[in-house]
Write a protein that binds this ligand. Structure first.
Ligand code: DC
Length: 211
């Protein structure tokens, strides 16, 4: 059985939480595609001593392994910025395409979350969700997460980081972040985690029962 749930949306809208919960509820495999770009960005920064050199980023993307996704330190704001930068390079995206497409069509069902899943990676996904939340709510959520690891984080800094990434991710030429036309919209601004998850699971269940 092949069944793909494509979940897109901006950073800190809740798509990761929703994706993990949907995968668990239906017994599907889950891929956080942001981790691919974070892993490439982190290594490219290291090799370029703080600067992203496009050729190096492409080389890293071509040789990326599952082990790279399990490395520590991929969740920092610095790595998120690096991820957003390498994600704008067409050759980096091309190098990561086959792995994601194969994951999406694996036997037993798959949930992928990212920015271009419903538009580029899996335009024929059985379910497409676009998860959003207001800028304020997203910044506050990400601030709470990052503050636990780095007490020097400020809400203002988090707001700027998210805004910079939103603009870069949505404005790039290749696979820009946008809601697929046929996506179901889920605004989590006013929803608790449980309520957002329940709504997403119900939406997927409706399609799954028909498939
Ligand atoms: O989902 P995330 O915040 O971990 O993603 C980090 C960056 O990776 C994001 O700012 C843009 C990029 N990204 C992308 O371009 N396409 C994806 N499918 C997933 C992430």
């Amino acid at each position: 059985m092949q069944f793909t749930v494509a979940i897109d949306g901006p950073a800190a809208a809740g798509k990761g939480t929703v994706a993990r919960a949907v995968a668990e509820a239906f017994g599907f495999a889950h891929l956080d595609t942001g981790l691919l770009y974070r892993a490439v960005g982190a290594r490219a920064m290291m090799r370029g001593r703080g600067v992203i050199v496009p050729e190096i980023a492409v080389e890293i993307a071509k040789g990326l392994t599952e082990k790279d996704l399990a490395r520590e330190g991929l969740r920092t704001a610095r790595v998120a910025q690096a991820a957003s930068k390498v994600a704008a390079l067409p050759e980096v995206r091309a190098a990561l395409l086959d792995f994601q497409k194969a994951f999406a069509r694996r036997e037993g069902g798959a949930v992928l979350d990212g920015r271009d899943i419903g538009t580029v990676i899996c335009p024929d996904a059985e379910v497409k969700l676009y998860v959003t939340a207001s800028d304020e709510v997203r910044a506050q959520r990400r601030y709470e997460e990052l503050k636990a690891k780095n007490p020097e984080t400020t809400l203002e800094r988090v707001k700027i980081d998210l805004h910079q990434r939103d603009v870069r991710d949505a404005a790039r030429d290749v696979a820009p972040m946008r809601a697929p036309e046929d996506a179901l919209l889920l605004d989590t601004s006013e929803l608790s985690i449980d309520a957002a998850v329940a709504e997403a699971v119900a939406l997927v269940k409706k399609r799954f029962d028909k498939a």
